[in-house]
Design a protein. Structure first.
Length: 161
C-alpha cells in the first residue's frame, strides 16, 4: 500500500511541474520592392518575384527570399491567406495564384482571375490550410494561360498562422 501512496505522490509532483503552453505561430511578409514575373510557359507555376519584408512579429518561422520557413519541432496545420493587386502586360489573360510548399505549387488550392485589359489593376486572394513540418517553407506561385505574359504584383501580403 505504501508503494501506491509513494507512486501517487510522485505523479502529483510531476503533474505540478508540467506547464501547458499554447503554441502561437504567426508569420507574414509583404512586397516592399516590385519586380515583374514573366510566365515563360503557359500553365507552368513560377515563384512570385519581388523584394519582401517582414510584416509582423515572427513567431515560429523565419522570413527570407519571399518565403516563410517553419521552425517548430512538431508537424502543424496552418491557415494561409495571400492577397494582392497586380497588372499584366497581356489582355484577356487568366492569371492563377497558388500556394507552394518546399518550392512545389499546389494547383488544387489555386484561384484564377481574368484580366480583360492589361493596364487594369486587379486584385485576387487565396486562402486555405496546409500542413508543415520543421524546415518546410511556404511561398506563393503564379501562372497564366498565355506564354510570355508579364505579371507585376504591385502589392501583396502573405499570412501564415
Amino acid at each position: 500500500m505504501q508503494n501506491i501512496v509513494n507512486a501517487i505522490n510522485l505523479l502529483t509532483k510531476a503533474i505540478k511541474c508540467v506547464r501547458i503552453i499554447p503554441v502561437i505561430i504567426e508569420c507574414c511578409y509583404y512586397i516592399s520592392g516590385i519586380v515583374a514575373t514573366t510566365i515563360t510557359v503557359a500553365g507552368t507555376y513560377y515563384k512570385i518575384l519581388g523584394t519582401t519584408s517582414e510584416g509582423c512579429t515572427m513567431q515560429g518561422c523565419v522570413h527570407s527570399n519571399n518565403r516563410l520557413t517553419y521552425t517548430g519541432d512538431d508537424e502543424a496545420v496552418f491557415t494561409y491567406i495571400a492577397s494582392g493587386s497586380f497588372v499584366c502586360d497581356t489582355n484577356n489573360t487568366i492569371v492563377t495564384f497558388a500556394p507552394a510548399v518546399n518550392g512545389v505549387a499546389i494547383p488544387s488550392a489555386s484561384i484564377d482571375h481574368k484580366i480583360g485589359t492589361g493596364a487594369d489593376v486587379v486584385a485576387a486572394a487565396v486562402a486555405g490550410r496546409i500542413t508543415l513540418t520543421k524546415d518546410d517553407y511556404f511561398e506563393m506561385f503564379m501562372t497564366c494561360d498565355q506564354a510570355g505574359a508579364v505579371v507585376t504584383l504591385n502589392k501583396m501580403i502573405v499570412l501564415l498562422n
